[in-house]
Design a protein around this ligand. Structure first.
Ligand code: SF4
Length: 349
């Protein structure tokens, strides 16, 4: 490679793909719920909040007849309504019931698990410290499982300020898509201040968040820059870019290939690529194509955990035997799309 080529954006570069990346089982299920509802009941299908935090996914579903709303007052009587993967508060559930909507709940089962735990412990008299990001819909949904008694902490400094009414029965819950390292630092601060605090048997941060962060930890030392495909609202995508930066690698998030800035790749010969849990593989493919158009010469998949988690669909959305969903362009089908885009597997050290 000449000096000129080496300096040009992406010229001669190798692309290293993190594994796993992109859609998790909860996102896959949530999108499939909307697609099946559209097929079974016809458009429009109303969805409370973005079904998952990804612009491409939301626009795709809009084009198929989904209408995204925040306020249930905007949903006409008799409509079919889907709750997003992030979950909803008891108040939203009650309002949907009072308005008589036909509801399908696309809340990720791993978020529901946290809701169930909160309800169970609250009955036993527990108060909660929730580790999460203020204003995130999942946090609002989980905190809204109770009328009161859940205190949000966003960082270690908040732990010093939190004022539970009692400390004998205090439990910790976390948002599922946090930085594993930050959450464990905040949990440690909670334990120091409240030594008898009850912690979940298995942490609330989900397998998909953990696996994608582990993959970025493996990827980052091997590359000069990490590109994360994900929307700005996606918590787990933001955490991936943040993590790469903490590991000393430049990192940028893109919502689509069009957002890729050639100067980010100038002089970089090893480009890492991953995607948040709500970003479809079709966008990863488009980013690969764009980097190839700059002159990247190979795409290699890293080794990593093969995820096999699959969550069942709500009963009312199972299709009659023989009916196929969609035409092969469905978003909830992930990684196989890309196999012909890879050149080889694990990079040399
Ligand atoms: S990121 Fe985790 S909690 Fe969120 S939808 Fe996916 S599996 Fe569920």
């Amino acid at each position: 490679m000449s000096d000129t080529q080496a300096g040009a954006a992406g010229a001669g570069a190798e692309i290293f793909l993190a594994e796993p990346r992109g859609f998790c089982a909860g996102v896959d299920r949530a999108i499939e719920i909307v697609e099946r509802a559209l097929l079974k009941f016809g458009a429009p299908i109303y969805v409370r909040h973005e079904i998952v935090h990804n612009t491409f996914v939301v626009n795709d579903l809009k084009s198929k007849g989904a209408i995204f709303i925040e306020d249930l007052a905007d949903v006409p009587l008799g409509s079919t309504l889907v709750f997003s993967a992030h979950g909803v508060s008891k108040a939203v559930q009650a309002e949907a019931q009072a308005r008589g909507f036909d509801v399908f709940d696309a809340t990720c089962p791993l978020v529901t698990k946290v809701h169930v735990e909160v309800a169970k412990l609250a009955k036993e008299g527990y108060e909660f410290i929730m580790i999460g990001h203020k204003g995130h819909p999942e946090v609002e949904g989980t905190m809204g499982q109770l009328q009161s008694g859940i205190h949000l902490v966003e960082d270690v400094a908040d732990v010093a300020r939190v004022q539970p009414l009692q400390t004998e029965r205090l439990a910790v819950v976390t948002q599922t898509t946090l930085s594993v390292d930050d959450a464990s630092e905040i949990s440690a601060a909670v334990r120091r201040r409240f030594p008898s605090v009850r912690e979940p048997k298995q942490q609330d941060i989900c397998y998909a968040t953990q696996n994608r962060q582990d993959a970025v930890k493996m990827l980052s030392p091997k590359v000069d820059v990490v590109i994360v495909v994900g929307s700005p609202t996606s918590s787990n995508s933001n955490r991936l870019a943040e993590l790469a930066r903490k590991l000393g690698v430049d990192s940028y998030m893109v919502d689509s290939a069009d957002e890729l800035q050639p100067q980010w790749l100038a002089g970089k010969t090893r480009v890492g690529l991953t995607a948040g849990a709500s970003a479809p593989e079709i966008l990863v493919k488009a980013v690969i194509d764009r980097i190839r158009s700059y002159g990247a010469v190979s795409v290699r998949k890293m080794d990593g955990i093969q995820e096999t988690v699959k969550f069942p669909l709500p009963k009312g959305l199972r299709l009659a035997a023989g009916i196929q969903l969609g035409d092969g362009s469905r978003l909830h089908q992930g990684p196989p799309l890309l196999d012909d885009a890879y050149d080889s597997q694990e990079p040399e050290a």
